[in-house]
Design a protein around this ligand. Structure first.
Ligand code: COA
Length: 351
């Protein structure tokens, strides 16, 4: 009988820019308040990357270097790169190849994942399959976001802009023969019915096919279809979100996908040492905790300091929790995410 190896997280790292932006700092740009932001989202401050000195890729590189050092491997040991982001340096090519170049890595495969908030868990799941089949031995999974470059900082965009922050997280995946150690299972889901409820439409090739009014093509020449002056004038190049609708769906799908992971492994919530929910909104995390009857010690949140860093939020939180000694060998950790798409996912890991 062929026994497939399991996948372990051999090293983990994160990076957040040094520039702290408080809720009060945002008052310079928009009509909002510290009280509103804290009450609705739990966020007190977030980090913004250096405008020209840092990119999604350079932040990812820093997180990756920490993860590789902790795994005891160098860039030349990595045989596959998976990079998750919704805020890439370029529309194309993706950040994976920019990271490969920056780290002077071998000519290994570089895959970009664009599943927004659940991007890291999707990336972890892909890496897990390649390790289990024996195809690769050292996979670098990176998740990074530079949201500060692509948000509407006027009052018009305040419901979205106050939520997001910049940062990066990374893990190195390796095979392990230790029975029951590592990634126990991953669970991936999608429902495109509400794709437009949390989205950035332009630049894109939609041509108002799915919904009218996504962009103003009135007098557009061919070359202006992708990015026009009208799009910019009408703020159609920024993300849009129906916050209450996202909230309603998230509080159903988060508990569902966490329980799916526990059930699959014949475990109950009491077996969870730590839940690392995607840091979407503290209210969502608190709702999940209450619904699953988890103790405070079983849930890790850091959104009050970093905001929502989309794909990067889970590896940043996982790394912080591990550094604080909250995750010990043998502990069962669940990562769960929900976001744009909608896509949602979970991963259950025994450390
Ligand atoms: C975004 C979110 C915090 C907004 O909270 P909400 O209570 O649903 O707010 P609404 O969008 O219904 O707006 C309520 C009011 O607050 C106002 N408002 C929105 N953003 C504001 C801000 N930053 N500061 C002050 N007021 C704001 C709105 O204009 C609206 O005013 P009105 O009633 O006079 O029209 C909340 O919906 C949420 O967290 N949803 C989940 C979204 C999420 O997690 N996304 C991340 C991706 S997974």
């Amino acid at each position: 009988m062929i026994v497939m190896p399991q996948t372990k997280i051999a090293g983990i790292g994160y990076y957040v820019p040094s520039n702290v932006v408080t809720n009060k700092d945002l008052l310079k740009y928009m009509d909002t308040s510290d009280e509103w932001i804290q009450e609705r989202t739990g966020i007190k401050e977030r980090r913004f990357a250096d405008r020209t000195g840092e990119t999604t890729t350079t932040m990812g590189v820093k997180a990756a270097e920490m993860a590789m050092e902790r795994a005891g491997v160098s860039a030349s040991d990595i045989d596959f790169i998976i990079f998750a982001t919704l805020s890439p340096d370029y529309y194309f090519p993706g950040c994976g190849v920019l990271l490969q170049r920056a780290l002077k890595m071998n000519e290994v495969g570089a895959l970009d994942v664009r599943n927004q908030c659940s991007g890291f868990v999707y990336a972890l799941s892909i890496g897990d399959q390649y390790i289990k089949t024996g195809m690769y031995k050292n996979i670098l999974v990176v998740a990074s976001e530079k949201h500060s470059f692509g948000l509407d900082f006027s009052t018009r965009g305040r419901n979205i802009t106050v939520i997001f922050g910049d940062g990066a997280g990374a893990v190195v995946l390796q095979p392990t023969d230790v029975a029951g150690q590592g990634i126990l299972s991953t669970h991936l889901h999608s429902d495109g019915e509400s794709a437009e409820l949390l989205a950035m439409f332009n630049p894109g090739t939609h041509a108002n096919h799915w919904i009218n009014g996504l962009a103003d093509f009135k007098d557009a020449e061919m070359a202006e279809m992708f990015m026009s002056h009208e799009m910019i004038d009408n703020a159609q190049n920024f993300p849009t979100m129906d916050g209450p609708a996202v909230f309603r769906k998230a509080i159903i799908k988060f508990p569902e996908v966490i329980m799916e992971a526990l059930n699959k492994n014949n475990m109950a919530t009491k077996d969870l040492a730590l839940l690392i929910p995607h840091q979407a909104n503290l209210r969502i995390a608190q709702f999940i905790q209450k619904q699953l009857k988890l103790d405070d010690s079983q849930v890790y949140n850091n959104i009050e300091r970093f905001g929502n860093t989309t794909a990067a939020s889970i590896p940043i939180a996982l790394c912080e929790a591990w550094e604080k000694g909250l995750i010990k060998n043998g502990d069962v950790v669940c990562m769960a995410a929900f976001g744009s798409g909608f896509t949602w996912a979970s991963a259950l890991v025994r450390w």
